[in-house]
Design a protein around this ligand. Structure first.
Ligand SMILES: NC(=O)c1ccc[n+]([C@@H]2O[C@H](COP(=O)([O-])OP(=O)(O)OC[C@H]3O[C@@H](n4cnc5c(N)ncnc54)[C@H](OP(=O)(O)O)[C@@H]3O)[C@@H](O)[C@H]2O)c1
Length: 435
């Protein structure tokens, strides 16, 4: 009856994903466990022979009072409701001695945090497609401007187990995980603004919370969506990401994959509409100050999903770009003009102009701290105008196209063609307009 004693400590009546012998299930139910919503769950008329139950019953969430005979037919239907409403303390899961990589995808529980972002969406769907048991923890109001409601998120991730919570608060995340076993955590969390405080709150703290909660629930592997630009950290969000990367690498008893992508398509599509409607292409310097090997959401999602089980991608920092050669802004502009069938027309902005504006704002922010994030956004813009999103050779201090691995099949050219044809839906930048 040790298990029953443990159950009584749970006290608010949610049993979570551990296997409980049938007789103990009865004992647990007899202890009058209640759910916070206090809904009547067990019909007094329910007549079910307990012997029909499997010898071990998965302690899915259940609530209410009654006998095991009354409970059994009702346990499954209430599971989902309980997951939404129960606030029971999560039960830590003892570290497994079995390597999750030896299991079938359907038996591997993957916790995804940041599932509603530009990359997170594709990652979550890809993991569901590959048959993993995906637990996606999203905010109740998600997406750009918080416009995506719970129903939309659930519909979007049909086939996954969508739960709601906020990763910035460890307790909230823990409640959403609800005591379930986690084998792998995949984090696609990122500050939506890139502001100083927000970066530390999300890129560091929320991600750290997901590491801690994942560990507590038995996680053996952590896949982190980071960014190639952290190799030259001048910005606050890069410093926050690096700190997390470092702590992740120093976490004992856990393998990790740190994915550092180059540029996303959305970050390069900002001038499609204006060029299409006759405008010039604006670039800094001679348009050759920086270059990147852009990668699509789908290709990156596929690579991140590979990181979940492939042992050769574990315990590695993984810079990753899309297919083809590195492209400068000038080359991207030429490509765009070619696609819309116009003669190229460029506006070249001296990078020093940005330096002047940032310097001025920096001075002002000393007197008006509210301007601090404005300065940071200026610095972010300046960074991406001058730094390549390619592997940085630490010896030469130069960016190296050949050392930057390529993955996938989607090209920027095909992306531009699609955007010119169909518009930019799905490529909105939201608060990251400066990225
Ligand atoms: N843009 C590029 O070219 C590029 C290149 C390489 C790497 N990266 C890196 O890739 C990463 C992901 O980028 P992305 O564009 O997919 O990000 P995104 O679209 O902004 O998504 C961010 C995710 O984090 C969640 N999040 C943000 N603030 C939160 C908060 N306060 N509480 C809880 N959750 C929060 C969002 O949830 P909600 O939906 O609820 O807001 C969303 O799921 C970033 O780390 C970025 O640095 C970007």
């Amino acid at each position: 009856m040790a298990a029953s004693a443990a159950l009584s400590k749970v006290s608010v009546g949610c049993f979570h994903s551990t296997v409980l012998p049938r007789q103990e299930l009865g004992a647990g139910i007899a202890q009058n466990h209640l759910c916070h919503d206090r809904s009547p769950i067990f019909s007094p008329r329910a007549k079910v022979n307990a012997l029909l139950a499997p010898p071990h019953f998965e302690r899915s969430s259940y609530l209410g009072v009654g006998t095991v005979e009354e409970a059994l037919p009702l346990l499954k239907p209430v599971r989902k409701r309980c997951q939404r409403t129960c606030q029971a303390a999560a039960q830590p899961v003892a570290p497994s001695t079995q390597d999750f990589r030896n299991k079938q995808p359907k038996d591997i529980n993957v916790l995804v945090v940041g599932p509603t972002g530009y990359i997170g969406k594709f990652v979550t769907k890809e993991l569901i497609k590959r048959g993993y048991n995906v637990i996606a923890v999203a905010r109740e109001k998600a997406g750009i401007g918080g416009k995506q409601g719970q129903d939309q998120t659930k519909t979007e991730f049909a086939g996954g187990d969508v739960r709601f919570g906020n990763a910035t608060e460890a307790e909230s995340l823990e409640k959403a995980v609800n005591g379930d076993r986690v084998d792998v955590v995949v984090s696609c969390l990122a500050s939506r603004t890139g502001g100083k405080k927000d970066s530390w709150l999300i890129d560091y703290q929320a991600t750290k919370n997901s590491l801690d909660v994942g560990r507590k629930q038995g996680a053996q592997h952590f896949v982190l969506l980071s960014a190639i630009c952290v190799q030259k950290p001048l910005l606050e969000f890069q410093k926050a990401k690096l700190k997390l990367e470092e702590e992740l690498q120093n976490t004992e008893g856990l393998t990790w994959s740190i994915v550092r992508p180059t540029a996303f398509f959305k970050s390069l599509g900002g001038q499609v509409e204006s060029v299409k409607s006759g405008g010039p292409y604006v670039m800094f310097g001679d348009g050759k100050l920086c270059a990147c090997k852009p990668i699509s959401e789908a290709d990156l999602a596929s690579y991140i999903a590979d990181c979940v089980v492939k042992p050769e991608l574990a315990n590695r920092v993984l810079p990753i770009g899309g297919p083809g050669k590195a492209l400068t802004p000038a080359e991207q502009g030429e490509m765009l003009f070619r696609i819309v069938g116009r003669n190229p027309r460029f506006i070249k902005v001296p990078i020093q102009l940005m330096d002047g504006i940032i310097g001025f704002l920096d001075l002002l922010s000393k007197a008006f701290p509210a301007l601090e994030d404005g300065v940071e956004f200026g610095k972010i813009g300046r960074y991406y105008a001058a730094e390549s999103m390619l592997v940085l050779d630490s010896k030469t201090g130069k960016y190296d196209e050949d050392a930057t691995p390529s993955y996938g099949k989607d090209t920027l050219e095909a992306f531009f063609e699609k955007c010119v044809r169909e518009g930019m839906a799905g490529q909105e930048l939201g608060d990251q307009a400066v990225f």
